[in-house]
Design a protein around this ligand. Structure first.
Ligand SMILES: [Zn+2]
Length: 424
């Protein structure tokens, strides 16, 4: 058995086409296959499920912030069908035994596909490599996200090891020597309001160091949440030189900057919202292909942890339930990006680079989302499925509402427009 989504605008092979899409046995079927029950999709967009290579689901260790169950419900609600979970957990997945605590929870509770990272160093402590060899078959890549690897020689050894295992190093670049107690961008807002700033060099300095190591080791290297104009310039140069490097940025760095800061913990994340010229450089980087993909860095915390203003709140905001509508509304609709380009950034590029998913093609897993791009709504954290409610986008008007997200053809989230359960 199966079902057919009839007449939607479908993103496939880099193009938007009006066509029917059939699903049978959990995979996309060839056109004309079967005589399935039909669901009218003609006023909607049927897109391959988004892939986010940078989320924090907080389980195991921090269930009061988020869980595999709530984090993947939020992912499905936002149109994501695959998420890669960062390893700043307790226990941190630095050996098979510790990884198993997370994979057991994933098996039990995940509503979308969850692919964990392994740590680069033991407990992300930066002093000793994790059990990379044992972890390699079970993790998407290696990262110490949440902190930078401070010791260049440790990073060189990690890159050599990762290269021998055919895995990427995914780097949160942050030089602790330059932090000086900062918590927002070291720019005009910090100066005017008496806050301690985080300088741009704390990010790009470590990127520069790592790019030299990539040139030496030949390791595949991906940079997390790029936020400064200097980082974009360095990555552009490294790509031109032929280094095996990719990077991501996040919606908030493309849509906000320090001029929009308020004295509220929901404007605090790491790296921080930078200056307007950084934001412009990031948009240019996305347009010219220097920035390969957009990840949310979904980083939920409790209400209490986010209630202590800019200085005292925990760093991190949620993003899974707002990323696509925000980017569609504020980048695609004004003509800064095409919808095809946004799909490249949120699906094609992460799939290619991280070896995930396959898109809408016969035989591929039927992971898709259906969006009504004419529907307008206002971001209200009270409606989030995530336990985290802290977002600087609260109150923003957006266009694009998720109607359905399916993983392997089965409903992972639905607003009730269709009921295809029982037809698979
Ligand atoms: Zn990070």
């Amino acid at each position: 058995m199966g079902y057919t989504m009839l007449g939607g605008t479908v993103y496939r092979d880099g193009m938007l086409l009006q066509e029917d899409v059939s699903i049978s046995g959990g995979v996309f079927a060839s056109r004309g296959d079967g005589n399935f029950p039909r669901f009218d999709c003609s006023s909607y967009f049927l897109l391959p499920g988004f892939v986010d290579v940078h989320v924090h689901l907080r389980e195991p260790g921090f269930l009061y912030k988020e869980s595999i169950a709530t984090g993947t419900a939020a992912a499905a609600h936002g149109g994501y069908t695959t998420v890669c979970t960062m390893p700043n957990l307790s226990p941190a997945p630095d050996c098979l035994e510790h990884l198993r605590v997370q994979t057991d929870a994933i098996e039990k509770d995940a509503r979308v596909r969850v692919v964990p990272y392994g740590t680069i160093t033991r407990d992300e402590g930066g002093r000793e490599l994790s059990d990379m060899e044992a972890l390699a078959p079970y993790v998407v890549a290696f990262s110490d996200d949440g902190r930078g690897v401070q010791d260049g020689d440790m990073m060189r050894r990690a890159m050599e090891k990762a290269r021998s295992l055919g895995k990427l190093i995914v780097a949160h670049c942050e030089d602790n020597r330059l932090l000086r107690g900062g918590y927002i961008h070291d720019g005009a807002y910090a100066a005017a309001h008496g806050h301690r700033g985080i300088c741009s060099e704390s990010e790009w300095g470590q990127i520069a160091r790592d790019l030299e190591l990539v040139a030496k080791t030949g390791c595949g290297y991906h940079i997390c949440h790029v936020s400064t104009k200097e980082s974009v310039a360095l990555i552009r140069k490294a790509k031109a030189a032929g280094l095996d490097v990719t990077c991501e940025t996040a919606p908030h760095y493309l849509l906000m900057d320090e001029t929009m800061l308020q004295e509220d913990g929901r404007f605090k994340m790491n790296p921080p919202l930078r200056a307007p010229e950084d934001r412009e450089a990031l948009i240019e980087g996305v347009q010219d292909g220097t920035i390969d993909m957009i990840a949310t860095d979904h980083a939920p915390h409790s209400a209490q942890e986010k209630s202590r203003g800019l200085a005292g709140s925990a760093m991190g905001i949620v993003g899974l339930e707002t990323a696509f509508p925000l980017l569609y509304t504020y980048l695609v609709r004004p003509g800064i990006l095409t919808l095809e380009k946004l799909m490249e950034l949120m699906h094609d590029a992460p799939c290619r680079r991280f070896g995930l998913g396959g898109g809408i093609a016969p035989g591929q897993a039927a992971d898709f989302t259906v969006y009504d791009l004419s529907s307008e709504w206002t971001v209200d954290p009270g409606n989030f499925l995530s336990k985290g409610r802290s977002t600087p986008f609260a109150g923003w008007r957006v266009q694009g509402a998720c109607r359905l997200t399916a993983v392997g053809g089965r409903t992972a989230w639905s607003d009730g427009t269709w009921d295809m359960e029982g037809h698979l």
